[in-house]
Design a protein around this ligand. Structure first.
Ligand SMILES: [Zn+2]
Length: 449
């Protein structure tokens, strides 16, 4: 018994960046696109599921190349590292993944996961145990003892949450091999980290250390991604052989040159920064940080544009999994930022979110494209994303989502749930209850109030 889906009459965006083709039919059989154009209708069997896309757009499903599907829209690092436990985190991951599909994301790369659960989640989706997009996964992120974005919350050795601390070249080799043995599609390195007396992030791996991981992983047919939020780390990562550079913040001339030479891909992941800069106030986030984050986007955007012009593959990532980037809401926003800040055309931005995503899924040329022989992940969009890419951001414009050859049920209610015990950090108070705050005493001399 095969599953066939015949989509008729829609304008086709094929993911390559070519202009939309008017009224082009597409036929899928199981997880494969078997016909595009007039063949589709004549080849379709009589019991194929038929979708009339007249007046609408047919395009590849979105690939989100930077998500954290096990983080559960987390509010803070305290919560992420100290308020999660494995069984609940796994169940909640299953609850959240369907939101990606419902938003048109049919593939996603999750580079580091809580409690090493990435391969188990990927395999559960593939086997139909839980619903979700097809996944490419890492196990944990490799950090040096300096830590990453969570600074001193990271222990000097061992692991916590998504982080595995490796202090010597021997440990770097050992944990790269163990992650690959556990089923990692990608190895992830946190190449920058925060220290208390420095603004921004600093490189916390030497180029030689990065190379140890890359050489070990590449020997085992596994690519490497690295979180790089400063210029030096971006250059070092490219020179060391990192295949996918996440963020690439403040990339400089030397970094760009190294990336062009090495053939690495870039996933700038502006969405988290842009959400904080533009909408953070609405949820009480990042007060005073708006200008800093906007500055990081503008400084990095110019170099990303040059990378794009030099032929470097640019991927779209949303960093979904944080309170500022909840699942199912912001996966298309990176394309908007690419249009606004990098000056890409909507079609170029769509290629970043589809065909280029094939790199993240380790299936370039067969995923993120609408062509015979490619995987059967498709969207039918009520609107014209080639003119206005923002139509993809509103789920109500998704007429159909086809994932692995099957239509996703878009009519079910959006998943909602109640709070779980201790999942959020509970403060005793927002500020300190002095006698003055309680209104008992007047201003005390010398207290400044
Ligand atoms: Zn991330």
């Amino acid at each position: 018994m095969t599953d066939e889906v015949l989509i008729t009459g829609g304008a086709l965006i094929d993911g390559t960046g070519s202009a939309p083709q008017p009224a082009t039919d597409v036929l899928t059989r199981d997880d494969e696109i078997v016909a595009v154009g007039s063949d589709a209708t004549t080849t379709a069997s009589s019991d194929a599921t038929r979708i009339d896309a007249t007046g609408m757009t047919v395009m590849p499903g979105l690939v989100d190349a930077h998500v954290h599907c096990t983080f559960d829209d987390v509010i803070s690092n305290d919560e992420l590292f100290f308020h999660r436990e494995p069984a609940t985190a796994a169940l909640v991951t299953g609850f959240n993944l369907i939101k990606l599909l419902r938003a048109g994301v049919t593939s996603a790369l999750d580079p580091d996961t809580l409690f090493e659960m990435g391969p188990a989640v990927r395999d559960a989706v593939a086997a139909g145990v839980i619903d979700g997009p097809r996944l490419s996964v890492g196990v944990q992120a490799l950090l040096t003892s300096v830590g990453g974005t969570a600074g001193r919350l990271i222990p000097d050795e061992g692991d916590v949450g998504y982080a595995r601390v490796v202090n010597t070249p021997d440990e770097m080799v050992t944990w790269t091999r163990r992650h690959i043995k556990a089923g990692a599609d990608w190895i992830k390195i946190h190449a920058t980290g925060r220290i208390p007396n420095h603004a921004g992030e600093l490189p916390v791996w030497t180029e030689d250390e990065l190379r140890v991981v890359c050489d070990t992983a590449h020997d085992l047919d596994t690519p490497v991604s690295a979180h790089c939020r400063d210029a030096a780390s971006t250059e070092r990562a490219a020179r060391a052989g990192v295949d996918l550079i996440l963020h690439g913040s403040f990339m400089d001339e030397a970094g760009l040159e190294a990336i062009v030479d090495s053939g690495a891909a870039l996933c700038p992941t502006f969405t988290f920064l842009a959400n904080l800069a533009d909408y953070g106030e609405a949820v009480g986030a990042g007060v005073g940080m708006q200008d800093i984050f906007r500055g990081e986007i503008d400084a990095t955007g110019e170099m990303m544009r040059r990378a794009f012009d030099a032929g470097v593959p640019i991927l779209c990532g949303s960093e979904s999994g944080f309170a500022l980037t909840p699942y199912g809401h912001w996966h298309a926003r990176e394309m908007e930022v690419f249009v606004e800040v990098l000056g890409l055309t909507p079609l170029e931005a769509i290629t970043c979110a589809t065909a280029n995503g094939g790199i993240a899924m380790r299936r370039p040329g067969e995923l993120g494209l609408v062509a015979e022989g490619c995987v059967a992940d498709l969207l039918v969009v009520d609107g014209d994303p080639a003119q206005d890419v923002t139509v993809l951001a509103d789920r109500r414009n998704l007429h159909a989502v086809i994932s692995r050859g099957r239509p996703v049920d878009l009519d079910r209610p959006w998943p909602e749930r109640g709070p779980l015990p201790d999942e959020h950090v509970a403060g005793w108070a927002q500020s300190v209850l002095t006698r003055e705050a309680a209104g008992l005493d007047g201003p005390v001399p010398g207290s400044g109030s």
